[in-house]
Structures are given as C-alpha cells and as structure tokens.
Design a protein around this ligand. Structure first.
Ligand code: NAP
Length: 346
C-alpha cells in the first residue's frame, strides 16, 4: 500500500478499493435517519468507500444519502465504492442473489462495488434475521460455503457486484475456497475484526501471501452494541500507550488506531455518526507513525475479540450439534456450529 501516491489499493481482480472506509452499522436504538445524515457528512469530508450490509437494515437510508450526493454533484457513481454483505439466512446458493438484489433495490443502485459473505455460519432461511426455535435457541443451517461462493461468482458475472469477497473467515475457510475445484474468482478481501488488541498478524500474513486484502472492522474498539459485545470489554481508545503515541504526533488515539492499519497494509473502516469525529477519522493521511511506534502498537496485541459472533448471549447453552448434510436446520449455539470461524488460531 503506497499511501504517498494513492489512497486506494488494487484488488486481485483489478478493481480499486479506497483504503479508508466509512462504517454504517449502528444499534437498533439509533434512528435509521442518522445513518443517512452521517453518510452524507462522510462523503462531504472525503470518504468514498462506504461499508454496509443487508443485516444493518439501513440500506434504504444509506442509499438515499448516496443518491442525494450524486444528485447534488458532490460525487459520481464511479467515484464511490459501496460494499454490501450477504446475510447468513441467505447462504444457501439459491438465495444469495436474492439477498443482493434486495440490497440493490433498497439502495436504488444497479450494482455494488463489493459483495461479501457476512459470516460463514449459516442460519435457517426466512424473514427472521436471527431465527430461534420455541426454546429460544438459534436455528442454524448447514451449507457448503463453496456453493455459496459459486453463487456469488455468478452475481459478479451478472454485473450485480464488481468484486466479491468474504468476511469473518479463518485461514482454513479461505483455503477451502482457494482450493475449490473450478474456482472462477478468488476472494478479493476478508473483512475481519482487527485493532491493536487483536492485530491479526498471522491472518494478515496469510492474506497477503494469497493477494487477498484484509479489511479491518472495529478498528476503533467496536460499536459496543450489547447484543454482540460484553460491557466489560476494554476501551481501546483509552489505552495509555495509544494515548501517548497520539499526543506525540498531535493526533487523537482514534487517528493513531486507523493510521496503524493503513501503514501495515490493511484497509480500515471507521464508523462514526458524529460530524466532528467523522472529519477527524478522515485526517489520517498527513502524519506518519515511526517504525518504533508501529512495534509498540504491535505489542499491545492480546488476541482480544470484542465480538465473538457467538450469538449465544440470547440463547441457552448446552445443545450439541453434529455436522449434517447441506440444508438441515439445527438449533443451538454458534460456537458449536461446524463452521464457527474463531476456534482456529487464525
Ligand atoms: P468502530 O469503527 O470500531 O468504532 C465505532 C465507535 O467509536 C462508535 O461508537 C463511535 O461513536 C466511536 N468513534 C468513532 N470515531 C471516533 C474517534 N475518532 N474518537 C473516539 N471515538 C470514535 O465501529 P464498528 O461499528 O465496530 O466497526 C466499523 C464498521 O465495520 C461498522 O460500522 C460496519 O460497517 C463494519 N463491521 C463489520 C462487521 C462484520 O461482521 N463484517 C462487524 C462489525 C462492524 P460515534 O458514532 O458516537 O462517533
């Protein structure tokens, strides 16, 4: 990543991805209109990469913001890089295109720049985003993720998404796709939680060796949404080491956390619905961390994951699952799902 000459990185399919992206996920309690307002501010201050998802349930508002900013002449469609994600109730191959088409309809766009598999833990298809059985246990599904990938390849061929990729995959799941017979397109990226407390150095090295871009989410210490993140999780931006480095460069800890990712060749997302912080988060191109700063920040790693994606904070524990054939709904905890990604070291 040559930050001096470009603010984009070339993906393995030839398309360009801006290295700094704007995140649009917010808790259910936040009015959806905030996502639209914030997205417009983000585009005004210079963000061109917008990260969104079917699951966030705000693509109508975000899409309206994009269309407003195109209509007022601030940007053209080709200046924007928009990412959406296939939700886990749509991982059966016959449902993948339907999920993407729903996003496009809400957005009012003909194509997205990137479409990624949100999480490799399939759930029972249907209108419920997180389906549960009568006992409150999540109802999972078993899908061969390689079949999901083939369906996504077809979406690229149909022109619905310029690039395709994955999210929350471990290196074995990436290898499964890379080694798939008749692979047509490699994943361009793997979007994962990544910050100084979980710096993903091994996964990053693996991704670089395969020409897959690692995209960091929760780079500022996460949204802390109580459905996904425990309230006793540490506050990354209050870390004394980050604060000292920030002070030395006359920047904020948030800017240091973002710059850290850019300098190690990671594309980074930053969510804020606050105008001042949105502006601040874009000001990361005119200072540089020293090699010593980078090493010091590397040393903060403690493999701490804000979001386990365990989905078990709402479900009962204890159900044992076996890996069944494709398309068999099973109830229980994500941790027991055969495709749960975070039990692997990386
Ligand atoms: P994040 O970017 O780590 O941080 C967001 C939190 O930090 C917000 O509470 C924000 O509050 C605050 N903040 C933002 N800038 C700040 C600054 N300069 N100083 C101090 N605080 C600041 O959030 P995230 O939502 O976990 O991750 C970012 C994006 O990644 C999401 O929006 C989403 O697009 C994507 N994501 C993807 C996945 C996945 O599974 N693929 C999972 C999680 C997230 P204010 O809004 O009040 O500023």
């Amino acid at each position: 990543m040559d930050l001096k000459h470009s603010r984009s990185v070339k993906l393995n399919d030839g398309n360009l991805m801006p290295v700094l992206g704007f995140g649009t996920f917010a808790s259910k309690e936040i009015p959806k209109s905030k996502a639209a307002e914030a997205t417009k501010v983000a585009i005004d201050v210079g963000f061109r990469h917008i990260d969104a998802a079917y699951f966030y349930q705000n693509e109508e508002e975000v899409g309206q913001a994009l269309r407003d900013k195109m209509a007022d002449g601030t940007v053209k469609r080709e200046d924007l890089f928009y990412t959406t994600k296939i939700w886990i109730t749509f991982l059966r191959p016959e449902l993948v295109r339907q999920c993407l088409e729903r996003s496009l309809k809400k957005l009012g766009l003909d194509y997205v720049d990137l479409c990624i598999i949100h999480i490799p833990i399939a759930m029972k298809p249907g209108e419920e985003l997180l389906p549960k059985d009568a006992n409150g246990k999540f109802i999972f599904d078993t899908v061969d993720i390689r079949d999901t990938w083939e369906a996504l390849e077809k979406c690229k061929d149909a022109g619905l998404s310029k690039s395709i990729g994955v999210s929350n995959f471990n290196h074995k799941q990436l290898e499964l796709i890379l080694n798939k017979p008749r692979l047509k397109y490699k994943p361009t990226c793997n979007q994962v939680e990544c910050h100084p407390y979980l710096n993903q150095s091994k996964l990053l090295e693996f991704c670089k060796s395969k020409d897959i871009v690692l995209v960091a989410y929760s780079a500022l210490g996460s949204h802390r949404d109580s459905s996904w993140v425990s309230s006793d999780s540490p506050y990354l931006l209050e870390d004394p080491v980050l604060m000292t480095i920030a002070k030395k460069h006359n920047q904020t800890p948030g800017q240091v956390a973002l710059r850290y990712q850019l300098q190690r060749g990671v594309v980074v997302l930053a969510k804020s619905f606050n105008e001042k912080r949105i502006k601040e988060n874009f000001q990361v191109f005119d200072f540089e961390l020293t090699p010593e700063d980078m090493k010091t920040i590397d040393s903060l790693n403690r493999n701490f994951r804000y979001s386990q994606m365990a989905l078990c904070r709402h479900s009962s524990h204890g159900s044992k699952q076996s890996s069944m054939g494709t398309g068999v709904p099973i109830a229980g905890r994500a941790l027991d799902h055969p495709d749960y990604p975070f039990l692997e070291e990386y």
